[in-house]
Write a protein that binds this ligand. Structure first.
Ligand code: ATP
Length: 828
């Protein structure tokens, strides 16, 4: 990176003044370089590095990542197991009592403490591994060009000199010097705090000290592409990027506690204090009765160790993390741990249609050209048909690799369907573009619902093709293409054709053209996408996913409302919604226009009636989430695009598409659907309910068992009985009878009827349905059984009275463990 000779004087000055720090010098200079100079100084080319060059650079400069939050070492994790004050006290007490009393007890206590630590450590390691695996799966990819080939690779493997392709929805993977832009706009709020996206250019910015926001030819790591496309060469990676420089300032990401963990932490603390008070009382009463002080002290400490539920929040984390790992196997990738817990409370699932409820395998089935509808390709290739196919091929971003039969296409399925129908008719985009090269474009966006490309025409002048939602295209057209020139636009007839196709569940796209003698002065959509000549319609079939219907039935039985939100035509949306059982008739639909006309108050009055939203813009999803939340609903919302991100963040469970989703949507989400499938959401909800149930069972088991131990030891002196258990007994019960079955609850299968009961009310605490009372009375019951045994055995002079109490308490706890497996069903 010393070869900056060919660059401007500014650059040389910078490198001279900062020679000591080569990377800092070059980092400042990239925006002042012309694009080709940047390429040269990075020893790269437009068609990218070779794989071996990239490998060598990766080895030299290291991966493209920011320093990670320091991980706890294994030794630290083991040490943490002994940090608890209670455990330390216990070890101390054991040692003291060993020195003055019986060393066997000391050894036994130490062994139990050690076992306890091992179990805790193993669980923590498993949870940590599970979370790490999830993080790896969620790591972003980037699209690069290497040796002329376009590849998607993990963003950490990007090296300086790589050629990176950007498109709307991507998060910029490294600091890039831009080489090509097409309406590229990037949101740089992470770096500059400026919320308005910046329009990018490729021209050098001479001012060496230009502020980050003014370096319009740079794209910085971590910023979000919100519109357009671009190509850039990687100038800096990892810690050398602008984001890397401020990463230390930002500090490490704090671990988020789930609502349940927070509640349990508070609860545990209060309960701990109460338990300590009781233990103190046990100690005082024991000593006053003349028991041995050391024994009483050890008993009180053991009881405290057993009774204080300090592990509750940790167990919740472990259960959630292990649950999250299980969910990956069914294609639901959890990004934020609290989601596992909250999934069980979902009352609404608002889902996209295309790809989530449908297969996203589109095929053009019906067409309308020159005033008549045809199913399949027409036999004769007339003038209008030619222009329809030409438009379908040219106004299209699908890229194809390989030749003819072997060919594989990459792109949006809507476009693939049009690409294929054109190719079958003899209009292959790659060949066609030799005569009709694309010179500019206005990219598709779901707000306008159309896109436009500009081409040089072999007949002279230029032609633009616009394709998009059928009625949008009709609205923007002035006339229509007939066999010999243009005819008046009969919008009513075309409208009927659109309705007819949409009623059959087809997605209807319109294609229009416009000839230009001179190129337009501005490429603004409102200037260019008007006064079009309508060419024709294409109806694309996208069959519903077979598993979606069943999943929707399951939602309904589980008290969850499925709602479809789509950018598609209302009739298309209704046809699909009907087939899947989401909606019954037109009364269930609200269109984007109608939604926009309603105030939030008015909308809230009807929001719970709407089953399908059609022709909505992604921005409107936020309004839908808000209204539902104001009505007390708990919303899961899917999304894939940049504009979906606010709604995903706002929803209780934001669900991003794993296959078609953009980086921006994924980053805003709580959960990613690796297979883009609606049924996976329902499956995740089911799993969430099971996990919550099991956590509740674990808490109930631990608390009732602890309460049993406390009652037994606390009440004995009041009944004139000696302390029923030795410290070692108490610890054994705590670890073995109490601890191990508790862990087994994490693997407990779901209960019958899990998906036929309504969702758990979001505000309902873990202790609802009388759990608090149960903790007291079930504990009392176990205490009573133990004390009755002790009383009988003690007063009838049984030598083994202590063994009997121990056995009764152990067995009653195991019985309790079995009883807690279900609230509703008999054990048998
Ligand atoms: P969903 O929310 O169910 O995924 P969608 O994919 O239909 O819906 P958008 O992507 O916003 O939502 O598309 C809105 C409309 O724009 C579509 O119904 C279609 O008519 C049109 N459209 C979609 N993709 C393209 C494209 N690549 N070029 C032109 N028009 C398109």
């Amino acid at each position: 990176m010393t070869a900056n000779k060919k660059t401007t004087t500014n650059v040389n000055k910078a490198s001279a003044s900062e020679r000591g720090n080569a990377s800092a010098a070059s980092m400042k200079a990239w925006h002042t370089l012309p694009g080709d100079a940047a390429l040269q100084s990075l020893e790269s080319r437009l068609d990218g590095l070779t794989p071996s060059e990239a490998k060598a650079r990766l080895a030299r400069h290291g991966p493209n990542q920011l320093p990670e939050v320091k991980r706890r070492t294994i030794a630290a994790m083991i040490a943490d197991q002994f940090k608890d004050f209670m455990i330390l006290l216990l070890i101390g007490a054991a040692v003291v009592s060993g020195v003055i009393g019986e060393p066997q007890d000391t050894i036994a206590i130490l062994v139990i403490v050690l076992l306890n630590a091992v179990i805790g450590f193993v669980q923590e390691i498993r949870a940590e591994r599970a979370m790490e695996a999830l993080k790896k799966l969620a790591a972003p990819n980037a699209v690069v060009r290497r040796e002329g080939q376009t590849l998607e690779i993990p963003a950490v493997n990007i090296v300086s000199g790589d050629i990176v392709l950007l498109e709307a929805g991507r998060i910029v993977p490294a600091d890039l010097r831009l080489l090509e832009v097409a309406s590229l706009r990037i949101a740089e709020a992470v770096l500059t705090g400026e919320s308005m996206p910046v329009e990018k250019t490729v021209d050098a910015v001479p001012d060496h000290d230009a502020a980050l926001g003014d370096r319009k030819n740079m794209a910085y790591k971590g910023t979000q592409v919100v519109y357009g496309r671009g190509v850039g060469v990687v100038a800096e990676t990892g810690i050398s990027t602008e984001l890397g420089r401020i990463a230390n300032l930002l500090g490490s990401e704090k671990e988020v506690k789930t609502p349940l963990q927070k509640r349990l932490a508070v609860f545990g603390r209060n309960l701990g204090l109460a338990a300590l008070a009781i233990c103190a009382l046990v100690f005082v009463v024991g000593v006053m009765r003349g028991e041995d002080v050391v024994l009483m002290f050890l008993t009180a400490v053991s009881l405290a160790v057993a009774a204080v539920p300090e592990a509750l929040p940790a167990v919740v984390t472990i259960t959630l993390a292990l649950g999250a790992r299980r969910m990956v196997r069914t294609h639901a990738l959890i990004r934020k741990l609290p989601a596992v817990e909250t999934l069980g409370s979902v009352t609404y699932i608002c889902t996209d249609k295309t790809g989530t409820l449908t297969q996203n395998k589109m095929k053009a089935e019906r067409f309308s050209v020159n005033g008549s509808m045809v199913s399949g390709r027409p036999a004769i290739c007339n003038e209008s048909w030619t222009w329809l196919l030409r438009g379908a091929a040219l106004c299209n971003d699908v890229s194809a690799a390989g030749e003819q039969e072997e060919q594989s296409t990459v792109g949006d399925p809507t476009e693939v369907a049009l690409y294929e129908v054109a190719a079958e008719g003899g209009f292959r985009r790659e060949h066609l573009e030799e005569d009709w090269p694309r010179i500019d474009e206005i990219p598709f966006d779901s707000e306008r619902k159309c896109m436009t490309t500009f081409h040089t025409s072999p007949e002279g002048g230029w032609v633009s093709f616009t394709k998009g939602a059928a009625e949008v295209i009709v609205d923007r057209s002035l006339d229509r293409l007939g066999e010999d020139g243009t005819l008046p636009l009969d919008s009513e007839r075309i409208g009927r054709e659109i309705e007819a196709m949409a009623d059959d569940g087809l997605r209807v796209l319109g294609i229009a053209m416009r000839r230009w003698k001179d190129m337009p002065s501005s490429f603004a959509p409102e200037e260019v996408e008007k006064d079009l000549t309508f060419v024709g319609l294409a109806g694309l079939m996208d069959p519903p996913r077979p598993e979606a219907e069943e999943a929707i039935g399951l939602c309904k039985s589980a008290g969850i409302r499925p709602v479809m939100i789509t950018g598609d035509h209302p009739a298309t949306a209704l046809a699909i919604a009907r087939r899947l059982g989401i909606a019954d008739g037109p009364d269930d639909i609200l269109t984007g226009k109608e939604l926009a006309a309603l105030s939030l108050d008015e909308f809230e009055r009807i929001v719970q009636e709407v089953r399908v939203y059609a022709r909505v813009a992604p921005e409107q999803k936020v309004k839908i989430v808000r209204a539902l939340q104001d009505k007390g609903e708990f919303v899961a919302m899917t999304g894939d695009g940049v504009n979906d991100a606010p709604a995903l963040k706002r929803a209780e469970i934001g669900v991003a598409m794993g296959i078609t989703g953009t980086d921006v949507a994924k980053e805003a989400s709580h959960m990613i659907l690796l297979d883009d499938n609606f049924a996976t959401i329902v499956h995740a909800v089911r799993e969430g309910r099971r996990i919550y149930d099991n956590i509740r069972k674990f808490v109930k088991y631990t608390m009732t068992s602890n309460s049993g131990e406390i009652w037994t030891i606390f009440l004995a002196p009041f009944l004139g009985l000696p302390i029923p258990l030795l410290p070692i007994h108490i610890l054994w019960i705590n670890l073995v009878t109490d601890g191990l079955p508790g862990l087994a609850y994490a693997a407990e299968p779901e209960e019958k009827g899990l998906m036929t009961r309504p969702p758990k009310p979001p505000k309902e605490t873990l202790f609802a349905h009388g759990l608090g009372a149960q903790i007291i009375w079930i504990g009392l019951l176990m205490g009573a059984a133990s004390l009755a045994t002790q009383g009988w055995a003690f007063y009838t002079d049984h030598a083994h009275w202590q063994t009997m109490v121990f056995t009764v308490l152990c067995l009653s706890q195991l019985g309790n463990a079995l009883a807690i497996r279900s609230d509703r069903e008999s054990l048998f």
